[in-house]
Design a protein around this ligand. Structure first.
Ligand code: GRF
Length: 190
């Protein structure tokens, strides 16, 4: 069983999807820590309601990225975290986390990478008028939404879909693809 930390900044629907896959025994893992960089993020309450330890921090309280990441690594080590799963965590990682968890940090991004990196990937894709959109899961390195791609799933955009409908489609794919990909990744390593 893998002990994992989920890092998030917002709503936490991917956190919920992974937690549900674990509860339903589809994924042999335990979420031992949720790391959040926003004091009012709804994901905090979701983690607490499942009695999962949270580490909530404010980047402004620290002199540098390295300083808060050192505290995050400490919290991860205290919980024996083996893998870090980023799910809507809106920060680029420094070497502190990347060297502590080399090749054991994964992210999900709402586009077919390497297209539309960074913020509002869905909005960027809509503005571009793309006809095929999708979701990518990738290893994390020091670049923005870089790192080797592990899995992708695409879908065709119907002409009449609104931004909201596209977002709902992206989320529906993410909630299936993330647990599936983690399962496969960890099974391959056995
Ligand atoms: C997801 O769309 C994910 O791809 C992106 O941030 C969003 C997080 O959503 N990185 P949620 O907080 O899991 O609902």
């Amino acid at each position: 069983m893998k002990k994992i930390a989920i890092f998030a900044s917002g709503t936490g629907t991917n956190f919920e999807a992974i937690a549900q896959a674990i509860d339903q025994k589809q994924l042999d893992a335990q979420i031992v820590l949720v790391v959040v960089d926003k004091k009012n993020a709804p994901v905090i309450e979701k983690a607490q309601s499942k009695d999962i330890q949270t580490f909530v921090f404010c980047a402004k309280d620290y002199p540098s990225k390295e300083a808060y990441e050192r505290d995050i690594v400490k919290a991860c080590h205290q919980q024996d975290v083996e893998w870090i799963v980023l799910a809507g965590y809106m920060r680029i990682l420094s070497d502190v986390l990347l060297t502590a968890y080399t090749n054991r940090i994964i992210n999900i991004h709402p586009s077919l990478l390497p297209a539309f990196k960074g913020k509002d990937a869905i909005g960027q894709a809509i503005d571009y008028g793309v006809k095929v959109m999708g979701v990518s899961i990738h290893y994390v390195d020091a670049s923005l939404d870089g790192g080797k791609i592990i899995a992708q799933r695409a879908f065709e955009v119907e002409k009449h879909w609104t931004h909201q409908e596209i977002e709902a489609q992206i989320h529906a794919i993410e909630h299936v693809l993330y647990p599936e990909t983690l399962k496969q990744l960890w099974e391959e390593q056995k």
